[in-house]
Design a protein around this ligand. Structure first.
Ligand code: TRP
Length: 454
């Protein structure tokens, strides 16, 4: 008998729920994007704006996903079919499945790089390289047709093994182990960084409020960053919440996850910028910050090989707990909707995502020439998922919950069928009906039109 007919698996503890969900949220987005965006957009001023959007948009959207998933007790597609029977809202879930494949493909490529860099740091492979050499090392590495792909496959297999072990014996067990480890490593690196001479100006870059740098764009960045960082808009949290127990308080879980994610993002800044400024280097963002600037700094730092290895292990762990959540979206869909066993669903989903992932990897090297609208495959996958599918999915989710989903279902879920008080409901309702749709629509329109115009 196929395993989808057995009782649905469930996370076993409150800590397990937080570890898994925060694990999905905390990822590469927190570590290489948030600190830089914050520093460039007014430091403390950005933090205030970001926190506002996390609470006013992120948390309500997260609560909406939780309500849909726990009520539906199914994957992202199936949950919509349960809560809105006979309607086409489940297409949101279908788009989420596609988004999961797209994000997995480019995200696992980058995750693979962290493994290469972990090994290089541990074996002192960057010794004696100038910043120019490090730049060449990195561009030669990602353009290589073999090494990055091999590491990417290693990463996909790790992800698949955890998914294969199941919800409580796989996802929950490993995130409960990995998330505390991540916190420990980040604290070790923060202490190392802030105790470097001259690191203070890094803290000023990150925290000193500079309202003169705040423009309309700042608000858009804040919403977009909150969305990606909190794993919203494609049903990852619908899938996870379908494994929450029925006594779990959805509102407080959403707040805890959102605050943990934000805390880790801020700590990432505390870990990175004092070191960058202590060595008198211009901060950059994205891959070049993590794979060029930071290796250069570790090399100059006392104990750099050790701290560098810890840093890349940290990145790999952060990425792994995120890829788990992405693969689970697809596996839950395959096993429940296409009636496969979990084993078969994992196998097929992993192979399919890996094939797409190989193309994403190769598009930085030998397949550079394959482009659409001037973007290579890697960028197309990133752009269409992060800038189109996630905001569109998020917008449709809040429209569904705020205007079409039925107050009854929501109130029943948020209050656990009347067990809990929901004094915050009027605020939630206002946020879901008005603030979130307007904010998401603004980002969406901005990304779709203004930016593509140049
Ligand atoms: N939130 C993760 C990060 O910050 C990435 C991620 C994992 C994600 N699952 C997701 C983003 C689902 C959007 C949707 O790196």
């Amino acid at each position: 008998m196929s395993d989808n007919l057995k009782a649905r698996e469930c996370f076993g503890s409150k800590f397990g729920i937080i570890a898994a969900t925060a694990g999905s949220a905390v990822g590469l987005g927190n570590i290489w994007k948030f600190p830089y965006v914050a520093g460039e957009n007014g430091g403390g001023a950005f933090l205030i704006i970001y926190l506002f959007f996390v609470m006013a948009v992120g948390v309500p959207v997260m609560m909406s996903e939780f309500a849909i998933g726990r009520r539906g007790q199914r994957n992202a597609y199936g949950s919509f079919s349960v809560v809105a029977p006979g309607k086409r809202w489940n297409l949101i879930g279908l788009m989420g499945i596609v988004a999961a494949f797209f994000i997995l493909a480019f995200y696992s490529a980058v995750a693979g790089w962290t493994l290469e860099y972990m090994v290089s740091s541990a074996t002192n492979g960057f010794a004696g390289q100038s910043s120019h050499d490090l730049e060449n090392t990195f561009s030669a590495f990602i353009a290589n047709p073999i090494r990055p792909v091999v590491w990417q496959m290693v990463f996909m297999i790790l992800t698949a093994l955890i998914i294969l072990a199941g919800v409580s014996k796989g996802i929950e067990k490993y995130t409960k182990l990995l998330m505390p480890l991540l916190l420990l490593f980040i604290i070790v690196l923060c202490v190392r960084s802030v105790t470097l001479e001259g690191g203070k100006s890094g803290l000023a870059f990150l925290f000193k409020p500079d309202f003169s740098k705040v423009t309309a764009k700042t608000f858009l960045y804040a919403v977009g960053q909150a969305f990606f960082s909190l794993s919203l808009g494609m049903g990852a949290l619908i899938t996870y919440s379908s494994y929450f127990g029925k006594h779990e308080n959805l509102a407080s879980t959403a707040v805890s996850v959102a605050l943990s994610d934000t805390l880790i993002a801020i700590l990432a800044g505390v870990m990175i910028f004092p070191a960058v400024f202590a060595f008198g280097i211009e901060p950059s963002s994205g891959p070049s910050l993590v794979f060029i600037t930071l290796p250069g700094i570790f090399q100059k730092m006392f104990g750099g090989g050790f701290f560098g290895s810890i840093f890349f292990i940290l990145l790999a762990v952060a990425a792994l707990t995120s890829t788990i959540s992405l693969l689970e979206v697809v596996v839950a869909f395959f096993s429940e909707e296409l009636k496969m066993t979990r084993r078969k669903a994992t196998f097929i989903a992993t192979i399919a995502a890996s094939i797409l992932g190989v193309f994403a990897s190769l598009s930085l090297g030998i397949m550079k020439g394959v482009t659409l609208f001037g973007k290579n495959i890697f960028d197309i996958l990133d752009y269409s998922a992060s800038n189109v599918m996630l905001p569109l999915g998020g917008l449709l989710i809040v429209l569904f919950v705020g205007w079409f989903g039925g107050k009854k279902m929501l109130k029943a879920e948020l209050s656990n069928e009347g067990e809990l008080k929901t004094k915050y409901y009027p605020y939630f309702n206002f946020a879901v009906k008005f603030i979130a749709p307007v904010a998401i629509a603004a980002v969406f329109i901005y990304c779709m039109f203004w930016e593509s115009l140049g």
